[in-house]
Design a protein around this ligand. Sequence first.
Ligand code: DAT
Ligand code: MG
Length: 139
Amino acid sequence: MTGNVTFTMIKPDAVRGGHIGAILKMINDAGFKIRAMKYTQLSPEKAGEFYEVHKERPFYGELVSFMSSGPIVAAILEKENAVVDFRTLIGATNPAEAEPGTIRSLYATNVGENAVHGSDSDENAQIEGNFHFAQTERF
Ligand code: DAT
Ligand code: MG
C-alpha cells in the first residue's frame, strides 16, 4: 500500500540500552500498525548493502560496523502518511538537534548511533521492506 507504509530498525545502541519496549510503545501510541517484525543481526555485508547510498560518505565504514555490531529489530509499519509521520516521531538525524520527546532525543547516543532508522521516501520504504522481509512474513 504505497504511501501508507514505512520501514524502521531499532538500532544496536538502543537494543543494548534496553529500549526496545519503550520505542515500540511510542510507535504503537503514535498509531502505527506492525505489518512485519523481526529480531535479527545484520552481517557487515548486509549492512553495507542496506546503506550503499552512503558509500562515499566519510562515516560509511563506521556506520556499517555499528549497524552490524549487535542485534536490531526490523519492522514494516503502516499508518496514513507513514513515511513523513514516522520521520517526525523519530526526530533529526543528530539527536542534539532532535525535537524534545522524539525517539532520537530520548534514546539516541549520537549522530552516528541514533537509536532508530526511518525510511525517507515511499520508494525507499518499499525497497527497504523488501530487503528485510519476504511476502510470507507480512501480515
Ligand atoms: P537518517 O538516518 O536520519 O535518514 P541519513 O540517511 O543522512 O540519516 O544517514 C544514515 C545514517 O548514517 C544515520 O542514521 C547515522 C549515520 N550518519 C549520518 N550522518 C552522520 C555523520 N555526520 N556522522 C556519523 N554518522 C552519520
Ligand atoms: Mg536516511
